[in-house]
Design a protein around this ligand. Structure first.
Ligand code: SF4
Length: 316
């Protein structure tokens, strides 16, 4: 039986960002330098495939520092950690490497600078996400107020409405965040914002590519983990940009082929923590069922790279 034709629009950029790439390298280089096991506090990046691969090489993933023995190295994930975590590792005289993405660290530094200038912080982010927990944990309790929605802005009760600054999680929806920022500025005209957007280049670029692709396709798939903030935002951005069927899939096995019956085009992208091997797996799954023509949709070219910490570049 002949296969139906299908145009597969492939977003670019997609998949790994510089922060994820660096975090994975940090774990791999730590294993090379110190041997197994190396402990990692929280999933190094939100992707099961990546985490399982590192576990096979000798990484042990734990949720808290208390779960790590004092005599093995520990790595902090790309999302960042509250200040109390490295402080406790130092107190226990542990070897630790911080894999926090430099673009998350930039937000931490911003928060500290505003705090030093006497401003209370408003953080736009998702409650409970490790990045939000880590960023809020840079300042003493009560110094950062979390807002998740435009509605939250109305009930905000800061210490002094004239002494406020805002920061954001790096992986939010650019458009939703702009609405929350506008609501903050309307209610607190003196609020100070970041010099340069906290939402990172990778999040912005992946959302732009999805916006360009979504109106052209019958369906859109985003490869990413259910706990990956930037991947979930790509699904929402795809729907908002006009693709009614936009779904998150972890890998090819998750595709609901019945729901795709009758389509002639599909858009494919991957969140910042999803490896390219999973993109190829999904393309192969489409090729097995359709006569596929791949059309790249390139909206930006990325050349960002981050160095790993010096301790891993030095000989053991
Ligand atoms: S998504 Fe952005 S902030 Fe997060 S690790 Fe990647 S580059 Fe860094």
């Amino acid at each position: 039986m002949s296969k139906s034709p299908l145009t597969l629009y492939l977003a670019a950029p997609r998949g790994f960002c510089a922060g994820v790439d660096r975090a994975i390298k940090i774990v791999e280089m730590a294993l090379e330098k110190w041997g197994a096991p190396v402990y990692v506090r929280h999933e190094i990046v939100h992707n099961k495939f990546v985490v399982d691969g590192l576990r096979d090489k000798g990484a042990v993933f734990v949720e808290e520092l208390d779960d790590c023995p004092g005599d093995r190295p520990v790595i902090f994930s790309a999302h960042g950690v509250p200040k109390a975590v490295p402080a406790e590792a130092a107190r226990r005289e542990m070897v630790f490497v911080d894999a926090t993405c430099p673009l998350v660290s930039k937000v931490h530094i911003e928060a500290e600078r505003h705090h030093a200038n006497g401003l209370q912080m408003v953080m736009i982010g998702h409650a409970g996400h490790p990045e939000t927990v880590g960023t809020m944990g840079q300042l003493p309790e009560g110094e950062v107020i979390l807002v998740e929605t435009v509605e939250d802005v109305a009930t905000l009760a800061p210490r002094d409405p004239g002494k406020l600054a805002f920061i954001t999680q790096t992986t939010l929806s650019v458009d939703d965040t702009a609405e929350i920022v506008a609501a903050l500025q309307a209610r607190f005209p003196a609020i100070v914002g970041p010099h340069k957007e906290d939402i990172c280049y990778a999040t912005t670029n992946r959302q732009e590519a999805v916006k360009a692709m979504a109106p052209r396709v019958d369906a859109m798939l985003v490869i990413g983990a259910p706990n990956s903030s930037n991947s979930k935002r790509l699904v929402e951005v795809g729907r908002a940009a006009g693709c009614a069927y936009a779904q998150l899939v972890q890998r090819a096995d998750d595709i609901d082929w019945r729901a795709l019956e009758g389509i002639s085009s599909v858009g494919l992208t991957a969140g910042a923590s999803a490896p390219e091997v999973l993109v190829n797996e999904v393309i192969d799954a489409f090729r097995a069922r359709y006569d596929v023509t791949v059309e790249p949709v390139e909206t930006a070219v990325e050349r960002v790279e981050f160095k790993v910490p010096r301790v891993l570049r030095e000989p053991a």
